[in-house]
Write a protein that binds this ligand. Structure first.
Ligand code: NAP
Length: 277
């Protein structure tokens, strides 16, 4: 698996697996575990989860899926903004570690900005890092002004990533946030990379997909995988989707393909406020 070197010098896979909507239905449990394990076997060892997903249910699914593989997995979880106080965050992390049946997270993210002062959250994150409970920390759904503020605070220089909505249909961050982060060696983790199935029947992708013997969704994911400094975390429970997502990494889009995609899915021409799911 191709990796990206974080600001902390740790390596992170550029293609992983999301888990939103997992851990919600008991009837889906085995299918979700099987999908995550297949993804890990295929090299998608980055797993992204959050205390929010299934209110802890997704973290429990992840725990079962990764139990035989913990050393190979790059594990990311996120905490609610209402748990972002110094003590709240330490307690939330302990609960996540317990559900995930592990003693450390590779990366821990503030899920979105809330009312707790960022300086307090950063100090809690530093404490967790010093205690060895997390190896790195970052943020999610932060626009450029939030990033500027975060980086100006004590502990802000250790932020390594920002997880945001980014895909071929949602290119707003290219205006400023993406280059701003790249200039500072901060990784972008692109969530909803396949826009929750919206590319499946997109006629604008059909020709390029046929040329590469791929699906339209694979072309959209491949486009994202061609972007510098970006990590993609598609969620898939269907095993065919898992295989397709991994195979998207092997698609080599030509300069002409990329130009056609730019024409069909225009990059932003002005600042757009950060879209959030
Ligand atoms: P997504 O990954 O863009 O889309 C997931 C949906 O697409 C599922 O219905 C899945 O179906 C389907 N799918 C996956 N691969 C496919 C393929 N190759 N062909 C056709 N359909 C495919 O959306 P997402 O779950 O919103 O985002 C991914 C992850 O990002 C989340 O799971 C979560 O970990 C993270 N996220 C973070 C935030 C945040 O605020 N930080 C917000 C949203 C998401 P099946 O499941 O049936 O295979």
């Amino acid at each position: 698996m191709k990796t990206l070197r974080l600001k902390s010098a740790k390596e992170i896979p550029i293609l992983g697996q999301g888990t939103w909507r997992m851990g919600e239905k008991a009837s889906q449990k085995q299918a979700e575990i099987d999908a995550l394990r297949l993804g890990i076997d295929l090299g998608m060892t980055l797993i992204d989860t959050a205390e929010m997903y299934g209110e802890g249910g997704a973290e429990k699914i992840v725990a079962e899926a990764i139990a035989p593989y913990r050393d190979e997995v790059y594990l990311v979880s996120k905490f609610y903004p209402y748990n972002a106080s110094y003590q709240g965050l330490i307690a939330a992390c302990d609960r996540s570690l317990s559900r995930l049946k592990t003693d450390f997270l590779d990366l821990y993210l503030l899920h979105w900005r809330g009312s707790v002062p960022l300086s307090e959250t950063l100090s809690g994150l530093q404490h967790l890092k010093q205690a060895g409970k997390i190896l790195d920390y970052g943020v999610s759904n932060f626009d450029t002004d939030d990033m500027e503020e975060g980086l100006s605070l004590p502990g802000g220089e250790e932020i390594v990533a920002n997880q945001v909505l980014y895909n071929l249909m949602r290119r707003g961050i290219e205006w400023d946030l993406l280059p701003w982060c790249k200039d500072r060696n901060l990784a972008i983790m692109a969530y909803s990379p396949v826009e929750q199935r919206a590319f499946v029947d997109d006629s604008k992708l059909k020709d390029i997909a046929a040329k590469h013997n791929a699906t339209s969704t694979q072309i959209a994911l491949s486009w994202l995988l061609h972007q510098d400094n970006v990590i993609s975390i598609p969620k898939a429970t269907n095993l065919e989707h898992v295989k397709e997502n991994r195979a998207a990494l092997d698609i080599k889009l030509t300069k002409e393909d990329l130009q056609k995609l730019d024409f069909a899915f225009k990059p932003p021409g002005h600042k757009m406020s950060l879209a959030m799911r």
